[in-house]
Design a protein around this ligand. Structure first.
Ligand code: ATP
Ligand code: MG
Length: 311
């Protein structure tokens, strides 16, 4: 559906995007992750055809988007990072304006506007001025504006920034609905938990370069320890975790306030041995759980820096 091949873009001496490639299929959601200034918006703008790359190309259904009037371009809907709405106009009038930009006309427009408002849950506020909307409602209207021409690919550039948890959830539900309809979503964010919830594949960029492109599971495999088994021991006094390091699959073992934490690479291969060892050595316990490190840890492992505040 969408193919990004080695795109590069510099601003003067600054290499904003450098040789980034990835693909996205029908019904697939790709998370585009990276810290501030990583090159996410530049990448999205190139895919949307708003910026031309210095080198590389973007193919949509195998075709390159060349000019502004190219019909292939209509396959794309962009939800920009900076919202573009008119406070003095009603929600419906804002959407009418965007529909005109996409050259939609006649009865089609009314239907498209009604459908988009229903999807984002703003039908009952259609006649209200956008100036009276909350930040979350504006974000949802921003999403509706990108959906009017029913694009196959939706580019979302940090669509939940400054949005309260309730509206964020509403946006997620809208996106899950679109995904079920087979849309291709490119979701830009620096919130790990969002990417973990929504995305089938994760592309991580840092300083303009692609540093990972994999499924969530695949990314977890990059970590030295992919699961932690936490065991609350009945009698932790004097317990020595070190001998456990000799067990297969066990990468780390430490005692933390009565809880034994054992890092294993593969949970299904590592856990039985760990529990058997505890039983054979007479250690009883009252609670066992497993924890997976999150994408934040993946990013930290790949770059040595934290995602939220690194540059
Ligand atoms: N028009 C421009 N002129 C000069 N430099 C720019 C321009 N647009 C972006 N840059 C620079 O390119 C780099 C990548 O910017 P970009 O906006 O793509 O990052 P981003 O990943 O979207 O960041 P954020 O998370 O803050 O939105 C940054 O160093 C930025 O300062
Ligand atoms: Mg950006």
């Amino acid at each position: 559906m969408l193919e990004v091949n080695g795109i590069t873009k510099s601003y003067g001496k600054l290499m904003a995007v450098s040789g980034v490639s990835f693909r996205a299929d029908y019904g697939e959601t790709i998370g585009l992750l990276g810290p501030n200034g990583a090159g996410k918006t530049t990448t999205v703008s190139i895919i949307a055809g708003l910026l031309s790359p210095d080198s590389g190309e973007v193919l949509i259904e195998g075709k390159q988007v060349k000019r502004d009037t190219d019909p292939v371009k209509l396959k794309i809907g962009l939800v920009p990072q900076e919202m573009a709405l008119y406070d003095q106009l009603t929600a419906r009038d804002n959407l009418t304006f965007f529909a005109a930009l996409y050259s939609l006309a006649g009865a089609k427009v009314k239907r498209a506007i009604a459908d988009a408002l229903t999807l984002v849950g703003l039908s009952d506020r259609a006649g209200d001025k956008v100036g009276t909307f909350s930040g979350g409602m504006k974000r949802r209207l921003n999403l509706a504006a990108a959906l009017l021409h029913d694009p196959q690919i939706l580019l979302l550039d940090e669509p939940t920034v400054g949005v309260d948890p309730q509206s964020r959830n509403a946006i997620f539900e809208n996106l899950e609905t679109l995904k079920k309809r087979g849309k291709t979503l490119i979701y830009t964010t620096h919130y790990m938990e969002e990417a973990e919830r929504l995305c089938d594949r994760i592309v991580i960029i840092d300083h303009g370069k692609l540093i990972a492109n994999d499924t969530l599971q695949g990314l977890h495999k990059l970590l030295p320890v992919t699961n932690v088994i936490a065991v609350e021991l009945d009698h932790a006094d004097g317990f020595k975790p070190e001998p456990m390091l000799a067990l297969p699959e066990v990468k780390s073992a430490e005692l933390d306030q009565g809880t034994l934490r054992v890092g294993v690479h593969d949970l299904s291969r590592g856990a039985p041995g760990v529990l058997r060892w505890l039983a054979e050595n007479g250690h009883s316990y009252n609670h066992v759980s497993s924890e997976q490190p999150n994408l934040e840890t993946v990013f930290l492992t790949l770059t040595g820096r934290s995602l939220r505040d690194s540059r």
